[in-house]
Design a protein. Sequence first.
Length: 134
Amino acid sequence: MGTWPLVRFLHVAAAATWLGMQVALFLLVPALRRMLPAERVREVVRAAGIRLAVVAAVALPTLAVTGVALGRHEPAAAEHPEVVHFKQAALVAVAAVLLGHGLVPGRRARIAASVLMLVLTLAAVYAGAWLAAE
């Protein structure tokens, strides 16, 4: 296996990991709220969040590094720099929202931040799929 297939694989694997985590949390937390007392939900979500933060600490930098490398190497990226810039901006926005997620007061604000991260992630994945098809 050459270098660029490995870089593409790492990029797609990191994107799938990050997106999968977001979708799982988006579905799991409301179910936990319906099934458990509020104190227990906070305990479970906090414990899961700590573990998932480790995964995110690997997935997001991997996405950034491999994305920059692919953006400089792939012909489709060179032909469509606006799409590459959009993906970069989306990743920066996701990272900013992620950092602020725990600081925002109130459950609704955290839910809104989670939805925004999911939408930005889906948009970046779509842009990457579009580039790959070019």
